[in-house]
Design a protein around this ligand. Structure first.
Ligand SMILES: *[C@@H]1O[C@H](CO)[C@@H](O)[C@H](O)[C@H]1NC(C)=O
Ligand SMILES: *[C@@H]1O[C@H](CO)[C@@H](O)[C@H](O)[C@H]1NC(C)=O
Ligand SMILES: *[C@@H]1O[C@H](CO)[C@@H](O)[C@H](O)[C@H]1NC(C)=O
Ligand SMILES: *[C@@H]1O[C@H](CO)[C@@H](O)[C@H](O)[C@H]1NC(C)=O
Ligand SMILES: *[C@@H]1O[C@H](CO)[C@@H](O)[C@H](O)[C@H]1NC(C)=O
Ligand SMILES: *[C@@H]1O[C@H](CO)[C@@H](O)[C@H](O)[C@H]1NC(C)=O
Ligand SMILES: *[C@@H]1O[C@H](CO)[C@@H](O)[C@H](O)[C@H]1NC(C)=O
Ligand SMILES: *[C@@H]1O[C@H](CO)[C@@H](O)[C@H](O)[C@H]1NC(C)=O
Ligand SMILES: *[C@@H]1O[C@H](CO)[C@@H](O)[C@H](O)[C@H]1NC(C)=O
Ligand SMILES: *[C@@H]1O[C@H](CO)[C@@H](O)[C@H](O)[C@H]1NC(C)=O
Ligand SMILES: *[C@@H]1O[C@H](CO)[C@@H](O)[C@H](O)[C@H]1NC(C)=O
Length: 492
């Protein structure tokens, strides 16, 4: 039996998760603290008074000082020393705000300890009753791996190790910030890394801190797609997506593009616009017919309006289409957040398929779809002796260029690894791209022919759009039910 386009899922049980990934956080997030035990002070002591002065100084910094601060208050035995370090991509305001936030949280977490340290997303703060300046310390330290595994762990680890060694070299080669960042390739993946010492260390101590933490990192983060190792004098991090503010240019797909950069920006299956400060787009699967697409867009407009009546943005995914709007201009931008993951609860009957057939199908889609004018590709992959097939579909939003489409699809494997790779069927999607793989043919092989004439664009762009009263939508013929996957409302 062949199931196509609008087949309903009950054949399978699906699990759905909606992820909000803190990938490009602009806000500080408190990560860890460590209160050194056995170093308590008492209320109304001189130490407390001195510490309060340190806290107040750290909470009201005005100078930038390249994101590094060393402060001292009082005299022995009640002296309090503090150091603070921001990640090198912070501006003055971001740094000052991170230090204020982190010292406030740390004081709350360790109210009576003379010595304590905390790390947050963008900075580290430490204070103690002893000299900290220029002293290399490897403890306390914290390893924070991502839960997701790399597709090809050995290759990925090797790339991480090589990158870290280069970065360690660069950070200790005279940079006054004792900082280096860079990237390298691991198969289809890119690894982004950064390392940074407190600049009070000399190059040798910095190198030894980085070497120590790199060893730690290669152990505790082995096979993971991202990780940080945090210690009092250095911070190391790698991710498979750019995480720094001035992130390096993402590399393009292996062969340089030879196709026309994008398909028609607007047709029956894709439309974007920016009207009255609202940016919006819809995108249909290219293998559904026009009436199904229209029905889907109509339904999604109505449903999203109902679900997100008051928010400044929203997104809804159907099997056949997706619809998105926001008061922030997202057109042309790769957006990985929020993501949905759905998978068939049944496992592959042959687990080895995951690394061969499914991986192969996935790679074909990731390499092929970005070059398609429609950014849409379906693939059938014969397996075993050709007595069975696996089927895949990949699609990027058509406002993306080839590079961003590739990066988006390539990024999905981090989720596939977590949720799906050994399942009989699954879908993973973000606002910019999605992939689906099944053991049955769920798509329509005969894709629509030439794009429709211009006049239709106009008609469509006027009639289907997301206003709170989406009243003048084209009457589409009543077709079989279209399938709602999930939706998300956002506020800015
Ligand atoms: C520091 O943080 C506190 C609490 O979050 C806030 O009330 C205060 O205004 C901040 N100080 C500065 C100088 O930003
Ligand atoms: C901070 O470090 C500098 C550089 O050695 C040192 O001269 C200064 O005294 C330190 N400041 C404080 C407040 O400890
Ligand atoms: C190290 O620094 C050199 C010289 O600035 C640079 O060419 C190289 O790309 C850097 N290495 C990494 C891994 O960033
Ligand atoms: C760090 O490790 C590298 C390579 O393992 C080595 O060449 C270098 O001397 C080490 N640096 C320090 C300061 O230990
Ligand atoms: C729609 O997307 C195309 C392709 O990215 C772009 O050229 C066009 O300006 C966009 N339209 C609007 C209204 O933003
Ligand atoms: C499949 O595509 C053909 C050709 O465009 C179309 O006639 C047919 O209605 C489509 N079927 C479905 C289920 O969308
Ligand atoms: C479009 O596809 C739907 C769903 O497969 C089908 O029910 C409908 O008849 C098709 N309409 C046209 C005009 O081909
Ligand atoms: C949208 O689709 C759902 C599920 O198929 C259906 O119950 C609902 O009536 C549809 N709404 C519109 C406006 O088509
Ligand atoms: C699928 O495999 C996982 C791990 O191998 C196992 O925990 C799970 O129970 C299996 N699920 C089913 C439905 O067989
Ligand atoms: C196809 O072949 C494989 C192994 O060669 C076998 O396990 C599987 O059951 C076959 N599938 C069908 C549909 O015959
Ligand atoms: C693709 O789009 C991204 C995001 O807009 C942009 O940074 C990048 O330079 C573009 N790449 C090409 C090859 O046009």
């Amino acid at each position: 039996m062949v199931a196509v386009g609008t087949s309903i899922l009950p054949l399978f049980l699906y699990s759905v998760l909606l992820f909000h990934l803190p990938l490009f956080l602009s806000l500080d997030v408190f990560l860890f603290e460590n209160c050194t035990q056995g170093t308590n002070f008492t209320a109304t002591s001189t130490y407390q008074a001195n510490l309060n002065r340190i806290v107040s100084q750290l909470s009201s910094l005005t100078e930038f000082n390249n994101g590094f601060y060393n402060l001292s208050v009082g005299t022995s035995p009640d002296n309090v020393n503090a150091i603070a370090l921001c990640t090198a991509d912070r501006t003055r305001e971001q740094c000052i705000s991170c230090v204020n936030y982190t010292i406030t949280e740390l004081r709350g977490a360790c109210p009576w300890n003379k010595e304590a340290i905390a790390w947050s997303e963008f900075c580290m703060v430490k204070y103690a009753n002893r000299n900290l300046f220029g002293n290399l310390e490897n403890d306390p330290r914290k390893c924070a791996p991502s839960p997701a595994f790399a597709m090809n762990p050995d290759q990925f680890n090797a790339a991480v190790s090589q990158l870290m060694n280069k970065l360690n070299f660069n950070a200790t080669a005279g940079d006054p910030r004792k900082y280096a960042s860079g990237q390298t390739k691991s198969g289809f993946d890119t690894v982004y890394g950064s390392v940074q010492c407190t600049p009070d260390l000399d190059d040798a101590s910095c190198g030894s801190c980085l070497n120590f933490s790199t060893t730690e990192l290669l152990n505790c983060c082995s096979g993971k797609i991202g990780c940080r190792v945090l210690s009092p004098n250095c911070m190391l991090r790698f991710e498979s997506n750019p995480f720094e503010n001035e992130a390096p240019e993402p590399p393009g797909p292996p062969p340089p593009p030879t196709h026309s950069p994008t398909g028609k920006a607007s047709d029956k299956f894709f439309h974007n616009d920016s009207l009255n400060g609202i940016h919006s787009l819809f995108l249909c699967r290219n293998d559904v017919n026009t009436s199904t697409c229209q029905e889907c867009v109509k339904n999604s407009t109505q449903t999203l309006t109902e679900r997100c009546p008051t928010t400044t943005g929203g997104i809804i995914w159907y099997d056949e289409c997706m619809l998105r709007y926001s008061n922030i201009n997202f057109l042309g931008q790769m957006e990985l957040n929020p993501a949905y993951l759905m998978w068939n609860l049944a496992n592959l009957s042959n687990p080895e398929e995951a690394s061969v057939n499914i991986q192969g199908l996935y790679s074909d889609l990731v390499e092929g779809a970005p070059a398609e004018p429609t950014k849409f590709l379906t693939k059938e992959r014969p397996v075993f002796n050709g007595n069975e097939s696996r089927y895949g579909l990949a699609q990027c939003s058509r406002d993306l260029n080839e590079t961003s489409c590739y990066n988006c699809l390539n990024y999905l494997h981090t989720w596939i690894e977590v949720c799906c790779k050994d399942k009989k069927g699954w879908r993973v999607g973000t606002p910019s791209c999605n992939i689906r793989i099944e053991e049955y043919q769920f798509f329509n092989l005969s894709t629509p022919a030439a794009p429709p004439p211009e006049i239709q664009d106009e008609r469509l762009s006027e009639e289907i759009w997301l206003r709170s009263s989406a009243t003048h939508v084209t009457e589409a013929p009543d077709t079989a039910g279209i399938e709602l996957l999930t939706s998300d409302c956002s506020t800015t």
